[in-house]
Design a protein around this ligand. Structure first.
Ligand code: NAP
Length: 267
């Protein structure tokens, strides 16, 4: 159905941003999905990539894809919701690559179906906050000192349409992603005078292996009416937005939330 849209999915041709070449990026959540696709786009742009996730096999496969594309990549398994693990990852990344020019804090995800707020249990609420908002905070907290020492670079965080409009996301996930947006704005305010930018992506339904498994074709077709551009998202849509927000093409853009959402979100 995506192919039938008048606004077709992006081709495999990833745009080149010359200023990215030779830079280094940490991509959390880089073992699969949007993080893996964005890491691949960065590698194709000559960026050396430190890939994070929790699943060593998925990380190895993602790194292999980057190397096959001619990129330089290494893997750093860690649960970003655990500060000690992020600190250890930071030390390993610094030893391997030095302080990254870019940090893409993409690790996260939803934790199940929406339900009335009063029925959300404590474990689920804390899990949503931990794996989205706290994981983003720990990542930024650990890698910022190195970036500040250099005085240049960019951060990219990952929100969700669920934080922008009320549209069926679980409340804990929506609240966590709204927190990511607030954290990003705070960062942009603090870091601008010190030479760093911070922006946030807010995708709606992007078809990854996980979302395809959760959304049968019939359900995907029903959803299309909410997307003026007539298709659901592809990982490359997020990857291309990321390249723009990291490159000097967006040198005067910070603290913004970019809705990569096919027109579903207009705020
Ligand atoms: N796809 C969409 O439609 C969509 C829409 C809006 C927002 N998003 C956001 O985009 C991000 C990526 O989503 P996705 O669709 O690509 O999901 P995905 O395919 O399930 O991938 C999630 C990635 O995040 C990693 N991850 C999750 N929690 C982690 C943690 N605590 N520490 C380290 N890594 C962790 C996973 O690593 P392992 O699997 O190796 O553990 C995996 O690499 C998430 O933040 C999600 O909320 C996605």
């Amino acid at each position: 159905m995506n192919a039938a849209s008048e606004h077709p999915a992006p081709s495999a041709a990833i745009p080149a941003f010359a200023d990215l070449r030779g830079k280094t990026a940490l991509v959390t959540g880089g073992s699969r999905g949007l993080g893996a696709a964005t890491a691949l786009a960065l590698a194709r742009n000559g960026v050396r990539v430190a890939l994070n996730g929790r699943d060593p096999d998925a990380l190895a496969a993602s790194a292999a894809a980057l190397r096959e594309a001619g990129g330089e990549a290494d893997t750093f398994a860690a649960d970003c919701a655990e500060l000690a693990q992020v600190e250890a990852m930071r030390d390993a990344v610094l030893a391997r690559f030095g302080a990254p020019d870019f940090v893409l804090a993409f690790a996260g995800g939803g934790s199940g179906r929406p339900m009335p707020v009063h029925e959300i249990d404590e474990r689920e609420w804390r899990s949503s906050l931990d794996h989205n908002l706290t994981a983003t905070f720990f990542t930024v907290k650990c890698f910022l000192p190195g970036m500040l020492a250099r005085g240049s670079g960019a951060l990219l965080t990952m929100a969700s349409a669920g934080a922008r409009v009320v549209a069926g996301a679980p409340a804990g996930y929506a609240a966590a992603k709204a927190g990511v947006i607030a954290l990003t704005r705070q960062l942009a305010h603090e870091l601008g005078p010190r030479g760093l930018r911070a922006n946030c992506l807010s995708p709606s339904a992007v078809l990854t292996e996980r979302t395809r498994a959760n959304l049968p074709p019939q359900r995907q077709a029903q959803m299309l009416a909410a997307f003026p551009l007539g298709r659901l998202g592809e990982p490359a849509d997020v990857a291309m937005a990321s390249l723009f927000l990291l490159s000097d093409a967006s040198a005067w853009i910070t603290g913004t939330v970019l809705d990569v959402a096919g027109g579903r979100v207009m705020v």
